[in-house]
Write a protein that binds this ligand. Structure first.
Ligand SMILES: N[C@@H](CCC(=O)N[C@@H](CS)C(=O)NCC(=O)O)C(=O)O
Length: 269
C-alpha cells in the first residue's frame, strides 16, 4: 500500500516531509487538508492527528505525526539515500537544528504567514462563528496565538518576536555555512530539508533581500532550490501567477517587517 501524506501546499512543515519523500524517490498519495477552512479540526482528521495539524504520514494504516518525527521515521524505514550523518556529533547538530526549526522558526513563520494566507476566509465569517471555530483549536498556546493574529494581524506581539527569531537564525546560519557546505556537515541532511521550506516564505512574499544580503545563506538556499526534491516538494505548488499574487500580498507586510528589523538590528549592533 503506498504511503499517504495529509498535507497543505503552503505548510512549511509538510513541505519538509515532501522534500524528504522526493529525496528518497518514494511514491505517495496526497491528501490535501483545507487549512483556511479548518478541515484539520474535523472529527475524522483529529482521529489521525489529535493536535489537528498537518502533516500526517500514514503507512500500513498507521499514522505518524510531527514533521521531524516523520522525517526520522522515513530515514529509518528507507535509509537509502542516507540523509542522516554517520558521525554522531554531526547527527546531534542536525537534530538540534531540527528542534530549532520546530520550536522557534515554525511559530515565527506562522506569525508572518498566517495573517497573509490563512486569516482571510475566517475574517469573512460573523464574529461569533470566528470565535466558535477558534475555540476548537487544540493546544492553548497555538489557539491564543492564532486568535491574536486573527484580531491584530501584523500588530500582534508575535510578529515582533518572529522577526527577531528569523533575523537571528539567518545570521547564525550565515556563520555556520561559511564553514561548511550544508547545515550538518558536508552532505545534505534532514536538517537542510527541515530548514529550506522556512525560506520559501520570504521567497514567495518578495522579502528575499532579508536572506540575500547574507551570501552564505543565499548560496545555500539557491543550492536547496536547485535540487529536484525542492521542486517536487515545494516549487511545483507555486505557479508563476501564484507567486505574483503572493508577492503583491507581501508588499505591505515587508514594510512592517523592515521597520521591526531596523529595531532588532539596532539592539544587536
Ligand atoms: N510541530 C508540528 C507543527 C504542525 C503545524 O503547526 N502545522 C500547521 C501547518 S504548517 C497546521 O496544520 N496548522 C493548522 C492550524 O494551526 O490550525 C509539526 O512539525 O508537525
Amino acid at each position: 500500500m503506498p504511503l499517504q501524506l495529509y498535507t497543505h501546499p503552503m505548510s512549511p512543515c509538510s513541505q519538509k516531509v515532501r522534500i524528504v519523500l522526493a529525496e528518497k524517490a518514494l511514491t505517495w498519495d496526497k491528501v490535501d487538508i483545507d487549512l483556511p477552512s479548518k478541515e484539520n479540526l474535523s472529527t475524522e482528521y483529529l482521529k489521525l492527528n489529535p493536535a489537528g495539524v498537518v502533516p500526517t504520514l500514514v503507512e500500513d494504516g498507521k499514522p505518524v505525526v510531527e514533521s521531524s518525527v516523520i522525517c526520522e521515521y522515513l530515514e529509518d524505514r528507507y535509509p537509502d539515500p542516507r540523509l542522516r550523518p554517520i558521525d554522531p556529533h554531526q547527527t546531534s547538530s542536525m537534530r538540534n537544528w531540527m528542534r530549532h526549526v520546530d520550536n522557534k522558526l515554525h511559530p515565527s513563520c506562522g506569525a508572518l504567514q498566517w495573517p497573509l494566507v490563512m486569516a482571510d476566509k475566517l475574517k469573512r465569517l460573523p464574529a461569533e462563528e470566528q470565535d466558535r471555530i477558534m475555540a476548537t483549536v487544540p493546544e492553548r498556546p497555538r489557539r491564543e496565538r492564532q486568535i491574536r493574529l486573527l484580531k491584530m494581524g501584523y500588530g500582534a506581539p508575535d510578529v515582533v518576536d518572529a522577526v527577531r527569531v528569523y533575523e537571528k537564525t539567518i545570521s547564525d546560519l550565515d556563520v555556520l555555512l561559511g564553514e561548511q557546505k550544508w547545515i550538518a556537515g558536508d552532505d545534505f541532511s534532514l536538517a537542510d530539508a527541515a530548514m529550506a521550506p522556512y525560506f520559501q516564505t520570504p521567497y514567495q512574499f518578495g522579502w528575499r533581500e532579508w536572506y540575500e544580503s547574507r551570501p552564505n545563506v543565499a548560496d545555500w538556499y539557491a543550492r536547496c532550490r536547485d535540487r529536484d526534491s525542492y521542486e517536487a516538494g515545494v516549487g511545483a505548488d507555486f505557479s508563476a501567477s501564484k507567486l505574483e499574487e503572493l508577492q503583491e500580498r507581501g508588499k505591505t507586510a515587508w514594510q512592517k517587517i523592515q521597520a521591526l528589523l531596523k529595531t532588532a538590528r539596532s539592539k544587536t549592533a
